[in-house]
Design a protein around this ligand. Structure first.
Ligand SMILES: *Cc1c(COP(=O)(O)O)cnc(C)c1O
Length: 378
């Protein structure tokens, strides 16, 4: 059984949805509008409805979505963009690529999201130094767990900064009964195959309620096109469209996600909670939040204990992952980034103790028992 176990089982999902997905793909093959075909607009409308925002701009991937937002805001050299020290590289990469300066912040010990205290300290330190303008915060909903948006909104308002939600891991999550992707001035998500809502390749989207920003992003998505089309360029943009085929696949997958997949993710997480309570530090989801469980992450008591668990899983050929082995401030590419007042004790400790277990809506109880027993034996 464990030989066929997957960290995220996309094959089981395809088996269940095969006839609808195949039909949706064939529809695209027959109409032939591979770029910006009708499925793209249909998906954007469905995503607006689901997330509860006015505008959705799909694009080639989640990293481009962040890039397009930064371009639309005119974020560039001289700007400080505050990001959590524990995240996927892309959260920090786009700001850097545009010449802005990422300023890393430590994470909170309970939610593992950006620490509000560290953020305030880092903003003050940047202001005191006087070289950079505090411009934006990229709040990541790590592993699906929404960041602290009330506190983040208050800080961004106080300092006149833009709040951007990186919801690449939190599609389907909620904060105070609102869906992830609807917080901040704008948000992004990713449809990378292993994300809560994934396609069969790369894909991403921007969400916002702001008409001007949406218009700029739509222009940037297609080479900075103007109101009269793509040969009427009004700015320099990108080529970053979501393929019609991917939109067709996502239309089917979104239905399954709403109908049962998200519920199954919650059920899998609940079974893990019950099994591991008292043995490992469970993921903490604040009572006013719910997580889409992009990943199920345990903390062992120390690195040695974590290694015993990974050895035990490996011996039974059970897949596991370490998200993330390194905090951003330790990456060679960021060697020259100023740390200001931060020493990142929580992020550093987290990366030594974290372990991610198989998590997907098609994990059955028998498979889950095998995983649980292997973890508890470690
Ligand atoms: C996956 C991910 C991204 C980037 O998405 P891609 O579609 O892979 O470019 C950005 N931020 C976070 C937190 C992610 O997990």
């Amino acid at each position: 059984m464990s030989e066929s176990m997957h960290f995220i089982d996309l094959h089981a999902q395809y088996s269940r949805l095969q006839s609808e997905i195949d039909a949706s793909i064939h529809e695209v093959l027959s109409h032939g509008k591979y770029i910006m075909g009708p499925e793209v607009a249909a998906l954007e409308a469905q995503l607006c409805r689901y997330v509860g925002v006015k505008h959705c701009i799909t694009c080639a991937n989640g990293t481009d979505a962040l890039m397009m937002l930064f371009m639309a805001y005119g974020i560039a050299a001289g700007d400080a963009v505050f990001c959590p020290d524990v995240t996927f590289f892309a959260s920090v990469e786009s700001a850097y690529l545009l010449g802005a300066t990422p300023v890393l912040c430590d994470i909170a010990p309970d939610t593992y999201n950006i620490s509000i205290k560290s953020l305030e300290n880092q903003i003050e330190a940047v202001i005191k130094e006087g070289k950079l303008t505090p411009r934006a915060v990229v709040a990541v909903d790590l592993f699906g767990n929404p960041a602290d948006y009330d506190a983040l909104n208050e800080i961004c308002e106080r300092y006149g900064m833009i709040l951007i939600e990186d919801a690449a891991q939190s599609f389907g999550s909620e904060y105070k009964n609102k869906k992830a992707g609807s917080f901040g001035h704008s948000a992004i998500t990713s449809f990378f195959p292993s994300k809560p809502l994934g396609c069969y390749g790369d894909g991403g989207a921007i969400f916002t309620n702001h008409d001007d920003l949406a218009e700029r992003c739509r222009s940037i998505r297609i080479h900075g096109k103007g109101p009269r089309g793509k040969y009427d360029n009004v700015r320099v943009g990108l080529n970053s469209r979501l393929d019609t085929l991917q939109a067709a696949i996502l239309l089917v997958k979104l239905q399954a996600f709403e109908a049962y997949e998200l519920k199954e993710r919650h059920a899998v997480a609940e079974r893990y909670h019950t099994a591991f309570a008292g043995h490992y530090t469970l993921p903490f989801i604040s009572p006013d939040c719910s997580s889409a469980w992009a990943l199920y992450v345990l903390l062992a008591s120390d690195e040695g204990s974590r290694n015993r668990v990974t050895d035990s899983l490996q011996a039974k050929q059970i897949p596991y992952m370490i998200y993330y082995p390194n905090p951003m401030h330790k990456l060679p590419v960021f060697d020259t980034l100023a740390h200001y007042t931060e020493t990142f004790p929580v992020a550093t400790d987290f990366c030594q103790r974290t372990i991610s277990l198989p998590m997907h809506p098609y994990l059955d109880t028998a498979q889950q028992d095998v995983i649980i027993n292997a973890v508890l034996a470690g």
